[in-house]
Design a protein around this ligand. Sequence first.
Ligand SMILES: Nc1ncnc2c1ncn2[C@@H]1O[C@H](COP(=O)(O)OP(=O)(O)O)[C@@H](O)[C@H]1O
Ligand SMILES: [Mg+2]
Length: 430
Amino acid sequence: MNTTNLQDIKARYNIVGRDEKLNAALDTAIQVARTDLSVLIQGESGVGKEIIPRIIHDSSLRKTKRYIAINCGSIPEGTIDSELFGHEKGSYTGAIDEREGYFGAADGGTLFMDEVGELPMTTQARLLRVLETGEYLRVGSDEPRRTNVRIVAATNVDIPNAIREGKFREDLYYRLCTINIQVPPLRERGMDSILLFKLFAMTTAQKYHIPEPIRLSPEGERTVMGYKWPGNVRQLKNLVEQMSILEQGVQVTPEVLHRYGIIEGQGESFAISRIYNKVNKDNEEHRDWATEIKWLASAVMKLRTEVDELKKHITLEQENRQTMPLQLEDQSTIMVPMDSNPLITTATPSSVHQPSSTSIYTAPNNMNLQSYDDIEEVNEEENLNLEEMEKRNIIRALQSSHNRRKVAAQMLGISERTLYRKIKDYGIEE
Ligand SMILES: Nc1ncnc2c1ncn2[C@@H]1O[C@H](COP(=O)(O)OP(=O)(O)O)[C@@H](O)[C@H]1O
Ligand SMILES: [Mg+2]
């Protein structure tokens, strides 16, 4: 693709970065858009995978048809087949109505399956069938239905490894990754972290009416570039939002960054993996010791994965308790713009019920959100951060207005009544 096209795409989707590998990923997305080939997007968590399927859909001949984004990791195993493929009335207890399912609903369009590595094996078999034949069965029906859906999938798990562990079907993997797009980790993108820092400092300042965006000192830039960013762009975005609220007007030096745990050369996500790699390189004499350590290292890694899964499971349980199941018929549940940055997609049954209107952080008017019929997946952590920031912002506004609620509400851009409710909800003492 020529540079102008790439620039257009970046401007349209608010993508910041000049890294060659990122450019190559975007380039491939554009090139394959007009085909119907399945695409698998791979990359660590937080690298920015979710915008790619949107670009593919918008640049394809399917753009006038539906784009549906689902998060396979957040749909309970018991209902995933019915959500994806639909069900007949009375097919199981509680199935009072028939349901079309995403494969039926996205006919002619694009289905983005995020966290595809989380699909249960039985669902993987159904998915393979629909990919190969274009046919699927609703739960409780033996009458095949046809659909013409383009699949774009994403994952942050190492699928070849999942195949070895018997958790992912090899045939499905090859079917899905006809086109493979790799989104590089932030630590490999050179200056991009600095550019992204500036972007987030600017958008956060706009969002929270901060007079001047925070900025990095030259030494601060070195720290940001030298840090490993295990949570990638998502982590950087959260950090900049936090610092913008707490460090207003401050030039961000390595000392400031240090207080937030950002230290040059640190941030290795798997500290243990370094030992593992080192041990791998060890020479013959240390073989026994090495084997022992390797075993320990892999046990710790496994434990870590299990803890992560458990955390995810608990979050899911909590979300499921708080939310109603996604109703496909209600289009608005899949299409709610939320963030100032359209790089946010993924409809999950849980996220669609996030009460976005209750947040006092509204998107700046100059960002064109109307064209993005997406919603943001707000994970628990981001939510907590936002709440904390919201609370601090309210306190700050109250302090600087000498507790005059009317003035504070104006500063925050919310009604006095909302401010009153928030003060109560957060238990803020004036
Ligand atoms: N190149 C980029 N420019 C601007 N924002 C980005 C970029 N890459 C990622 N982001 C932002 O970082 C966050 C995480 O991206 P996301 O696509 O959700 O990551 P994941 O790879 O985990 O799906 C989102 O808020 C997204 O808008
Ligand atoms: Mg994601």
